[in-house]
Design a protein around this ligand. Structure first.
Ligand SMILES: [Zn+2]
Ligand SMILES: [Zn+2]
Length: 152
């Protein structure tokens, strides 16, 4: 806990929706997919995967939106994209890195869907994938992140 400076808190742009993280993150990621480009209105999304049992909404009531309107959570007031529990992976929540109050320490450990990204959009992620790794690949990456991932 000490090394990660937990707990973390965070919020949307307007401050109506607030979240708290109480367990160490599993991974930090940049995703260059076309969907993330559109929802973030940027070259790629940045996220911090945290254990679902170490994540809570502490103020406000996020609404669903994005693809299929069934998985991405947004502040209903300012519409900031805040977090996404990936389908089929109910043990984790991908928190959008800029939502964290203290977020400038985040360095992507993995980048995904570089094949859909802008040619000029480069990150320092040491692990880069044209699409996404398979399940075993993810497990190896989270293990490596636990050892080498950049801390706050
Ligand atoms: Zn808001
Ligand atoms: Zn994406």
């Amino acid at each position: 806990m000490e090394e990660w400076k937990l707990p973390w808190e965070g919020g949307c742009r307007c401050g109506a929706t607030r979240i708290r993280v109480t367990k160490p993150p599993l991974l930090t990621m940049a995703c260059h997919c076309a969907g993330c480009q559109r929802m973030s209105a940027s070259a790629y999304s940045l996220s911090v995967a945290v254990p679902a049992d170490g994540f809570e909404v502490i103020a406000g009531a996020p609404v669903l939106g994005g693809k299929g309107r069934d998985m991405h959570h947004f502040c209903p007031s300012c519409m900031s994209w805040m977090f996404t529990p990936p389908p089929g992976l109910d043990f984790l929540v991908n928190v959008r890195a800029p939502v964290l109050d203290d977020h400038l320490w985040v360095v992507p450990f993995v980048e995904t869907f570089t094949g859909e990204g802008y040619a000029w959009a480069k990150t320092p992620a040491p692990h880069s994938f044209e699409t996404i790794p398979d399940m075993e690949g993810w497990q190896a990456l989270t293990a490596a992140f636990g050892v080498d991932g950049v801390r706050p």
